[in-house]
Design a protein. Sequence first.
Length: 122
Amino acid sequence: MLSDPKRLEILKLLDAKPQMSQRDLAQAMGVSLGKANYCLKALMDKGLVKLENFRKNPNKRQYAYLLTAAGLEEKTRITLAFLGRKVAEYEALEKEIEQLRGELRIRRSRTGVPAERQAENY
């Protein structure tokens, strides 16, 4: 089963460049050709990606991996979930930084470090 981050990575790659080959996809993802094939098949089985032949291309073996409506919806869902997690992490980190700065201010005020030097260090 594909994790959300891996599924999002593939969907973004294919959305940006649908004509990319499985070999190109494998290279972009940093995985083996077999794993890229497995991932594509899983996405096609779920109805998120469809394989389409370029009709006007003289090379009839050239295909495009197109995101279906469900694929676009899934990409949006995963992106929103990812964004929500990152915003929560950012806010928690901001709160932790402010707390640490407050602790430093208190410590420095107890040790008599001048205010100018306090500002230099953070």
